[in-house]
Design a protein around this ligand. Structure first.
Ligand code: AMP
Ligand code: ZN
Length: 113
């Protein structure tokens, strides 16, 4: 399977990894949109959030818990940060391996663009 993020999981292409465990891996976004921009992804290939099923609820929650830890580590937890999962093209998904964006370190507007 030709998946960019599976290649990062398998260490076939480099990334600035900031956290990893048996289920997820987190690394710096290559094109950061905020002073803090980290992606948290499951090790297992899932193309979009639509593939997360009931049996994946623990994994889904774990992505958020790890996102919280990263926000705390980077000092943005109390100031505020945003966690985003884009699903499919109209939402702006460009890499089809589930990923949670953790963004912080600047004021953010709402609604999103
Ligand atoms: P999305 O648009 O939600 O699919 O987000 C994909 C994200 O992956 C974008 O923010 C990209 O900047 C990021 N990205 C693409 N290639 C890499 C890479 N090789 N290493 C780290 N981040 C990447
Ligand atoms: Zn993948």
């Amino acid at each position: 399977m030709d998946c960019l993020f599976c290649k990062i999981v398998n260490k076939e292409i480099p990334a600035q990894i900031v956290y990893e465990d048996d289920r997820v891996i987190a690394f710096e976004d290559i094109s950061p949109q905020a002073p803090v921009h980290v992606l948290v992804i499951p090790r297992r290939h899932l193309a979009t959030t639509l593939e997360l099923k009931e049996e994946d609820e623990s994994l889904t929650g774990h992505l958020i818990v790890v996102g919280n830890k990263i926000a705390a580590d980077r000092g943005v937890a109390e100031k505020g940060f945003r966690m985003v999962m884009n699903c499919n093209r109209e939402a702006g998904q460009t890499v089809f391996h589930v990923h949670l964006h953790v963004l912080g370190g600047r004021f953010m507007s709402w609604p999103p663009g």
